[in-house]
Design a protein around this ligand. Structure first.
Ligand code: SF4
Length: 358
């Protein structure tokens, strides 16, 4: 390994193990590494991943509760206003059907169920509908983490979700603030930041991540990491664009598996002890290098995505076993309890015989 690369990776690993974010220069340096250096980059990120998450992989299930016909115009989305993608369109699935789906996923090892609905944000009636589903799932699987992803949220609605037993709220920032206006005109980056804050304030575990492959520069990738960091999320889903025909992004095939892995490694360094999840586009863009992705991310979706199909669930489980990882159990704690060791009790200065830290 070249000396400058070794130095960069050593510094990144050292910082991440101490929960220090990369500097902007380090982050850009990592993204600029060549494909020849990929295995060194993955190995470095893998050290951090193993330190905090050992060999566990958390599985998540997406349930698309309400599909298509969204009034918003997010250009990457097959459900957007004006989309001619031939996706399923339906209004609110039956709570029992959602709970049945959760049953199958839990049997397959899923620990979190993400209930997603298209739309700008939930009405009170939508919250009532989602409540029925949450209750149906929790009745059968009290330990399953239920996450909801319903769009822009008010404080009152966030509180209602918490009260009915929702554990987490997902709302992705998706791309950098600078680029946000290029991918959506019906809401702003600030709207998204606000909603993540509202969910967090209410006491919901915050889940917020990104979509890559939309023409973003390395600077955008790094800016977004810094902005996400400010939100202190518990989970960070990393999507790789699925360029649906019928959307403005249909021709965007810019990602290589190597680029995806560099991005995953970078986000592992930014979020060393946070759940980094490979989300949509895993099969499409990592392809035969999905295994390497598991050395960086500690979480994936099992089965299908919102409007597109993922690989067979059995293949996901084989992928995990073949790579020497294990599915995280319902009783395992995902986030390292070691996060609490960030508080170092004072043993110097007043009350001790050790000089003060001044
Ligand atoms: S708000 Fe959600 S469902 Fe609607 S277009 Fe944007 S990403 Fe798609």
């Amino acid at each position: 390994m070249k000396n400058d690369l070794r130095t960069l990776l050593d510094h990144l690993v050292e910082g991440a193990l101490e929960r220090r974010a990369p500097t902007r220069d380090q982050a850009l340096g990592l993204l600029a590494t060549s494909d020849d250096d990929l295995l060194d980059v993955v190995a470095a990120g893998g050290r951090v991943r193993r330190h905090f998450f050992e060999n566990r992989v958390k599985l998540n299930l997406i349930v698309n509760m309400k599909s298509g016909l969204c009034p918003e115009d997010c250009s990457y989305c097959s459900q957007r206003s004006g989309s001619t993608a031939d996706v399923l369109k339906y209004n609110w699935i039956d709570p029992v059907a959602a709970a049945d789906m959760a049953d199958r996923a839990v049997r397959g090892g899923a620990k979190r169920v993400c209930l997603v609905a298209s739309g700008r944000g939930p009405s009170d009636r939508d919250i009532a509908r989602i409540s029925e589903t949450v209750l149906a799932i929790k009745e059968r699987h009290p330990n399953v983490e239920v996450c909801t992803s319903l769009g822009l949220l008010t404080a009152e609605r966030a509180q209602r979700l918490l009260d009915i037993g929702v554990y987490a709220y997902n709302h992705n920032l998706n791309t950098s603030e600078t680029k946000y206006g290029d991918i959506c005109s019906t809401h702003t980056f600030a709207d998204r930041v606000d909603t993540v804050g509202v969910a967090h304030e209410a006491g919901l575990s915050s889940c917020s991540g990104a979509i890559f492959g939309m023409g973003e520069s390395d600077e955008d990738v790094v800016d977004l990491a810094f902005d996400l960091l400010k939100l202190s999320p518990d989970s960070v889903p990393i999507n790789f664009l699925i360029p649906f025909a019928g959307t403005p992004m249909s021709g965007e095939w810019r990602l290589t598996p190597q680029r995806c892995l560099r991005i995953l490694a970078l986000y592992r360094f930014f979020f060393p002890d946070v759940e980094v999840r490979i989300a949509g586009g895993r099969e499409l863009h990592l392809r035969s290098l999905q295994t390497l992705g598991l050395h960086l991310a500690n979480s994936i979706f099992l089965g299908d995505y919102l409007t597109s199909e993922g690989q067979e669930g059995m293949l996901d489980l084989e992928l995990i076993a073949d790579a020497g990882f294990v599915v995280e159990g319902l009783d395992d704690v995902t986030l390292p309890t070691a996060r609490h060791d960030m508080v170092t009790l004072r043993r110097r200065g007043p009350g001790t015989e050790v000089p003060a830290n001044v």
